[in-house]
Design a protein around this ligand. Sequence first.
Ligand code: FAD
Length: 489
Amino acid sequence: MNRENFDVIVVGCGIAGLSAAITAQQNGARVAILERAPIDERGGNTRYTESFWRMKSIDAVSDDFVERFAANAGGWPDPGIVRDAVRDREDQPAVLRALGVIDPNLIATIAEEAPKALKWLSEFGIKFDHLPLYFLNQSTTRMGPIGGGLALVEALGGYVDARPEDMTVFYETAARALIQDDRGAIVGVTTVGPDNTPVEFRGRNVVLASGGFQGNQEMLTHYVGPQAQFVRPVSRGGHYNRGEGVRMALSVGAAPCGDFGSFHAQPVDPRAIDIEPVVLNYSYGILVNDAGRRFTDEAPGMVDATYEEVARLIMAQRHGIAYAVFDAGLDDVENWPVTVRSRVPPIEAESLMELARAIGVDARDFLATVEAYNGACPTSDGFDPLHTDGLSTTGLEPRKSHWARPIARAPFRAWPIICSNCFTFGGVKIDERARVINAEGDAIPGLYAAGEVAGIYYRVYTGATSVMRGAVTGRLAGADAALRRNAPD
Ligand SMILES: Cc1cc2nc3c(=O)[nH]c(=O)nc-3n(C[C@H](O)[C@H](O)[C@H](O)COP(=O)(O)OP(=O)(O)OC[C@H]3O[C@@H](n4cnc5c(N)ncnc54)[C@H](O)[C@@H]3O)c2cc1C
C-alpha cells in the first residue's frame, strides 16, 4: 500500500515529533505522523517524564548550561581539528563537520531557542514553574511543566487531533527504512503496520523523532556490552524506542554523534513497577554488591550531579545489582522519603547478620565490609545532609567522601538497586537547522533528526536537557522542512 503527497513525514510523537509536526503545520505544511504505539500509549519517554528543563527562569537556561555541556564533550578530541569549531559552519573543514563531538554551535542554539520553545509550549496552555524533584538539594536550577511530560503529550497531541486535515497520525505504524531518490534525497519511509502489513509513505521531508534504542536489547548489547542484559528502560515508554530512527539515518550515510557505548543511567529499585522508581538516598549509607563488598564512593558530591556514574558502576557489578544499606541514622535526614520513588518497602532487620541473610549476600564478607567502613568513619560531628559536609572516611578504599557515619544502630534497612536506562546517547549529527549531516560533513537533503535520535551527549548527561533538546530540535526541523517543501530541487 502507498500513501503519498505529504510535505513532511514525522516519525514518532514524543516531544520532538509533536514539536516538529505542529511547527511544520503552523508553517503551512501537510504532515503525516507515524507512531509505533497505539494512541493511548503514544509519546514514548515524554509520556512518563516529569520533564524538567535546565532553566533559571522562563527567559534563560541555567547559569551552568554551557559549562556543563563543555565539561561533558566527547572523549579527548584532536585539538588541531576541534579548534575550527569557532568558525561558521560553511568555513569548517568537512572532517570537523562530520566529527562525533558536541557541536558548540548547536549547544548555543539550544540555549538560545529553549526559552522560545518554552513560551511556544505555553500557547498550548502549559505552565512552567520551579517544581519539587526527588533531590533534597540541587547543584543547578530546573523548571518543569505542571503535569509533566504527559501534559505536553496531551496538549500537543490534542492540537494535532483537532486538525486531521493538516496532520494525520498513523498509529501502530513503525518506520523501518528510508526511501531515497537517485540523487540521494530522502523521499519517503517504508513502515510496517498491524498484521505485518508493509505501507510506504511518500513525502519531501522526513523528521526522525523516534527516540533512542533503549528498548532494543540487541543494539544495547552491541554498543554498551553484555552487562546491558541487567539494564532495563526506566519507564514503559522506553520499550517503544527500538533504535530504527538511528539505524535508518546511519544506513543512508549519516555521521554518528553522541556516545554509542553509553546512556543516561539512573539507580532504581528492580522490584518496583512505579514510573521511574529511583533510589537516591544511598549517599547517606553504603552500597554493597552481591558479594557483600563496597565498590564505589557513595558520596563523591551532590547526588543530582553524581548518581549517573554510580548507577553505571552498579551495572558493572556481577549480576548488575547492589544494595543500599542504612542503620537507624537514615531518619536523621529530614524528608529522605522524597529521594525514593519505589513504593516497595525496604528489607528490614534487627541485626546486620539478619540483614545479610535477607538480602542474600555472604554474611561474613558483608560484616567485614561494614566493620571496615565503620572503623574508617570520622569521630567528629557536623553531619549536614543538605550540603557536601566533608565527613569522609580515612584509609578506606574506596573512600566515602561525605556523610560518612557508622552503620551500627538497629533497625537496619536495605534497598536493592539496579541501573536503568532512561535513554541512549548514540544518535546522529545534526546542524543548527536539525538537518542530518552525512559522514562527509554535508546535509542529507530532506532528512532531519530531533530529540533522542540527534546525539549530543557524552560522558555524563547534562541533566534536565533532553526534553528541551526534543522541543528545540523538533521545532527547528519542522520549520526548515516546511520551508523546504516549496523550494526547487
Ligand atoms: C521517567 C523519565 C524521566 C525523565 N526525566 C527527564 C527530565 O526531567 N528532563 C529531561 O529533559 N528529560 C527527562 N527524561 C528524558 C526525556 O523524557 C526524553 O529523552 C525525551 O522526552 C525524548 O523525547 P523524544 O521525542 O526524542 O522521544 P520519545 O518521547 O521517546 O518519543 C519517541 C516516539 O517515537 C515512537 N517510535 C519509536 N520508534 C518508532 C518507529 N520505528 N516508528 C514510529 N514510531 C516510533 C515511540 O513510540 C514514541 O512515541 C526522562 C525520561 C523518563 C522516561
